[in-house]
Write a protein that binds this ligand. Structure first.
Ligand code: IMP
Ligand code: MG
Length: 179
């Protein structure tokens, strides 16, 4: 099988959208220190680009999780491979995710973070595939969304297929062709 990537969201469009999100975040967190939490590895590009556009005091922390279940469906049971380095109790937290698909991962992650009593917890996702949602939509409503996309498997700008394509500057649809 040969793989190609069809451009869905070009790099310039991602950058413009992150400008807008940064403005919204700055307004909502005015006068506060923001603790950005990135979910590795997919959220990394988005987090660093967003962080550089925030005219705030910003702290960065990272989590790495894996979800049990088969490879195409997340189960919602998450295993924490790397937890936060610093406590978030009393902090103003913005969770930065690459993509919300079924919403199961985010539901569990949200519970995990809320249990640590942050002053506030907002959720930011670069991409949202609402057609795929398998959990209560009100529970995992992100506060900031980059782009709503159709139910297609996308790669690039942090997102991978078998650990590849994360370094693309754009987001594209992965397509398979018979040789
Ligand atoms: P959820 O628990 O089903 O919402 O799973 C979300 C996670 O699945 C994301 O953080 C991604 O790691 C992965 N994922 C979902 N859709 C895609 C996609 O189209 N491309 C790459 N990874 C994806
Ligand atoms: Mg992810």
């Amino acid at each position: 099988m040969r793989e190609t990537v069809r451009v869905m969201i070009p790099a310039e469009k991602i950058e413009r959208r992150i400008d807008e999100i940064a403005r919204d975040v700055s307004r909502d967190f005015a006068g506060k220190t923001i603790t950005l939490i990135c979910v590795l590895k997919g959220g990394v590009m988005f987090m660093v680009d967003l962080a550089r556009k925030l005219n705030h005091t910003v702290e960065l922390d990272f989590m790495d999780i894996s979800s049990y279940g088969d490879s195409t469906e997340s189960s919602g049971v998450i295993r924490i491979k790397k937890d936060l380095e610093n406590p978030i109790s009393g902090k103003n937290v913005l969770l930065v995710e690459d993509i919300i698909d079924s919403g199961r991962t985010l539901t569990r992650l949200r519970q995990h973070l809320l249990a640590q009593s942050p002053a506030c917890l907002k959720i930011c996702a670069l991409l949202d595939k609402p057609d795929r949602r398998a959990v209560d939509v009100d529970v995992v409503k992100p506060d900031y969304i980059g782009f709503v996309i159709p139910d297609e498997f996308v790669v690039g700008y942090g997102l991978d297929y078998a650990q590849r394509y994360r370094n693309l500057s754009y987001i594209g649809v992965l397509e398979f062709h018979e040789e």
